[in-house]
Design a protein around this ligand. Structure first.
Ligand code: SD4
Length: 326
C-alpha cells in the first residue's frame, strides 16, 4: 500500500513539473515569436527630427537614443523659433530653454531656464543618468553643462531678435494659437525591444516673463512614460497642461484600458470642461503611444499635426480636434 502511495505521489510530481516546463517553453516562444514593430511619434511636422529618430530605431537603437537624436535635430534647426537655437526670447530678450527625458525604467531628468546651451535635451539626459537629482535649473544647469563639455553659444538669432524688437513696440502678451509659439517638439518611441522612452524640448512661450517655466520639462505634465503602459507628450499652452497633469493623466487612462486616442480626447476634455475655461483662446495638443505601438492624438483647435515613423514609412498626420463639434 505504501509503495502504491509513493508511486502515485512520484507520478503526480513528474506530471506537474513536465507540465510547468511546457508552459514555460510556450511562454518563451510567445515572447520570442512576437516581433515588435518599432514606432516613433513626434509633435508637429519636423522632418529632420523624425528622420533622425527613425534612423536610430531602424538600426536597432534604443527608444531613448532615438528621441534624444530627434530632439537634437530640432534644437540645432535655426529656423524653428520655439526650440533650441533661434528660439524666441523672454520679455527681456533672453532665450531660455526647458527640456526633459524619461526612459523605460521610469527614470527622469530635466533642465529648466537654461541659457546659452543649445542641446538641452542631452543635458536633461545627463542629469538623469549622472546626477542624484531629477531637475537642474538656470545657473546650476549651465554650470553642469560647462563642466560636462557642452558648447556655449548665443542662442538669440538675428531673426528672433528682430521679432522680439517688433513685439516690444506694443509689448502685448497674448499667445496666438498655432502660430506664435506652439512648435515645441515632444517625441515618444517604442523600440524593437518593446521599450518606450520620451523627450521634450522647448524655448517655452515667446515673450514669457523672465523665470517662467512651462509644462514641457515637468514630469507628468509635458511628458510621462510608464513602460508597462505607454507614454504621452504635450504641446501648447503649458499653464493649462500643468493644471491638469495632462501626460500622466493620459498614461493612467491607458492603464485603465483606454486607447491612446481615447485617452488624449479625455485629457483635452478635462481642460475645456473646467469652469470658466477660455479654451477658445489657446491651444493644447497631446500625442500618445501604447505598448502595442498604437498612436493617438487630440487638440483643442485645428491645425495640429504629428509625424509617425512605422514600417519604414514616415507620415505626417493631421490631428483630430475638439472645436469642430462646437
Ligand atoms: C510651454 N508647452 O512652455 C510649451 C510651449 C509649447 O509649442 O508647447 N509650444 O508652455
Amino acid at each position: 500500500m505504501r509503495k502504491i502511495l509513493f508511486l502515485s505521489w512520484l507520478a503526480f510530481i513528474v506530471f506537474h513539473s513536465c507540465n510547468k516546463v511546457t508552459k514555460k517553453e510556450n511562454l518563451t516562444n510567445e515572447v520570442v515569436n512576437t516581433k515588435i514593430t518599432p514606432v516613433v511619434v513626434g509633435t508637429w511636422n519636423f522632418p529632420k527630427a523624425i528622420e533622425a529618430a527613425a534612423e536610430v530605431i531602424k538600426n536597432g537603437g534604443s527608444a531613448l537614443d532615438a528621441v534624444e537624436k530627434g530632439c537634437r535635430a530640432e534644437e540645432a534647426n535655426i529656423e524653428n523659433q520655439t526650440v533650441g537655437i533661434g528660439g524666441l526670447p523672454d520679455r527681456d530678450g533672453s532665450v531660455t530653454l526647458d527640456a526633459c527625458v524619461m526612459n523605460e525604467k521610469g527614470d527622469y531628468g530635466a533642465v529648466v531656464g537654461v541659457k546659452n546651451i543649445k542641446h538641452v535635451i542631452s543635458l536633461a539626459r545627463k542629469v538623469m543618468e549622472d546626477t542624484p537629482h531629477a531637475i537642474l535649473a538656470g545657473k546650476g544647469a549651465e554650470q553642469f553643462a560647462i563642466t560636462n563639455g557642452f558648447q556655449q553659444e548665443d542662442l538669440l538669432t538675428e531673426a528672433s531678435k528682430k521679432a522680439w524688437e517688433e513685439w516690444k513696440v506694443k509689448s502685448e502678451y497674448k499667445p496666438i494659437i498655432n502660430i506664435e509659439n506652439h512648435d515645441t517638439i515632444g517625441m515618444l518611441a517604442l523600440d524593437a525591444e518593446g521599450n518606450i522612452s520620451g523627450a521634450c524640448t522647448t524655448s517655452g512661450l515667446a515673450y514669457k516673463m523672465a523665470g517662467r517655466i512651462g509644462d514641457s520639462p515637468i514630469i507628468g505634465a509635458g511628458l510621462y512614460v510608464d513602460n508597462e503602459v505607454g507614454g504621452a507628450v504635450a504641446t501648447g499652452l503649458g499653464e493649462e497642461v500643468l493644471k491638469t497633469v495632462g501626460s500622466f493623466l493620459i498614461v493612467e487612462l491607458m492603464r485603465q484600458g483606454k486607447s491612446p486616442q481615447e485617452a488624449c480626447e479625455e485629457a483635452i476634455k478635462r481642460i475645456v470642461s473646467k469652469p470658466n475655461s477660455n479654451y477658445k483662446d489657446f491651444q493644447v495638443c497631446y500625442i500618445a503611444i501604447n505598448k502595442k505601438g498604437e498612436v493617438g492624438s487630440y487638440a483643442i483647435h485645428e491645425w495640429f499635426s504629428y509625424n509617425v515613423f512605422k514600417n519604414e514609412e514616415i507620415k505626417n498626420i493631421k490631428s483630430d480636434f475638439y472645436l469642430k463639434t462646437k
